[in-house]
Design a protein around this ligand. Structure first.
Ligand code: KIV
Length: 259
């Protein structure tokens, strides 16, 4: 798709019913992101998410979208401590969910060694650069990366290191548009941007944010493609009032003797 110049569409997904919708509508790739920590589990970061949480949700997604290329995030501390630990974690994801690959964050030497071993073991790996949420505290908060020349150069060399280590694709999160474009043009593998502008080879959004289920979250890069929060509130209000008024269930919702 990159060589054809066709933008790659990616959405995060965490459950069976949305996975079915995303597959039926033809999204190119699903990401079971550890953003599930915030948008599904209500934590204030991705740090508390466990490997078991990721596997549980990924299995549901795979049942809903059995034909769509699906990548699963390795959560915080399931791969950083050692390459062996990373192989065990990624191996569990691949065996227990049927996913097609894993994603991990960063590009330091240890991470690149780990990526090489995972790829050698037959596990496709997606990288993730820029703002890397598992390092939110080390980065001093949610910040756009690559704004100064030194940061931009570092991102560029990290992207090259990830490609060289064997990543099939790289997420660029909260990176200035010009730096993301330059990185994308310099790589053979596709970049997938979130808050990184139109110069990436594809785009990813967190599904509940994209569908308007998370109204308090308003970063500049986010566009809401639906207003599910309002639609849901309206539906719940109607249900409550119709039950209270005995308007629901009606005769058409009630079983008779005849079957
Ligand atoms: O966890 C996630 O949803 C992600 C995307 C923001 C790329 O990593």
């Amino acid at each position: 798709m990159k060589s054809r110049g066709e933008p790659i569409t990616v959405l995060t997904c965490y459950d069976y019913l949305f996975a079915r919708i995303l597959e039926e509508e033809g999204v190119d790739m699903l990401l079971v992101g550890d953003s599930l920590g915030q948008v599904v589990m209500g934590y204030d970061s991705t740090l508390p998410v466990t490997l078991d949480d990721m596997i549980h949700h990924s299995r549901a997604v795979r049942r809903g979208a059995p034909r769509t290329f699906t990548v699963v995030d390795l959560p915080f501390l399931s791969y950083q401590a050692s390459t062996e630990r990373a192989i065990e974690s990624a191996g569990r994801v691949m065996k227990e969910t049927g996913a097609h690959g894993v994603k991990l964050e960063g590009a330091d030497d240890q991470t690149c060694r780990t990526i090489r071993r995972l790829v050698q073991a037959g596990i496709p790996v997606m990288g993730h650069l820029g703002f890397v949420p598992q390092s939110v505290h080390a980065l001093g908060g949610t910040r756009v990366q690559g704004r100064d020349a030194q940061g931009a150069d570092r991102l560029e060399s990290e992207a090259e290191a990830l490609q060289e280590a064997g990543c099939f694709s790289i997420v660029l999160e909260l990176v200035t548009g010009s730096v993301a474009r330059r990185i994308s043009e310099g790589l053979e593998v596709p970049t997938i941007g979130i808050g990184a502008g139109p110069g990436c080879d594809g785009q990813v959004l967190v599904l509940p944010d994209a569908l308007g289920l998370n109204p308090g979250f308003n970063p500049r890069f986010l566009k809401r493609f639906a207003d599910l929060a309002e639609a849901s509130r309206r539906g719940v209000r109607d249900y409550i009032s119709q039950v209270k008024e005995r308007a629901y269930p009606g005769p058409e919702h009630t079983f008779g003797e005849e079957g």
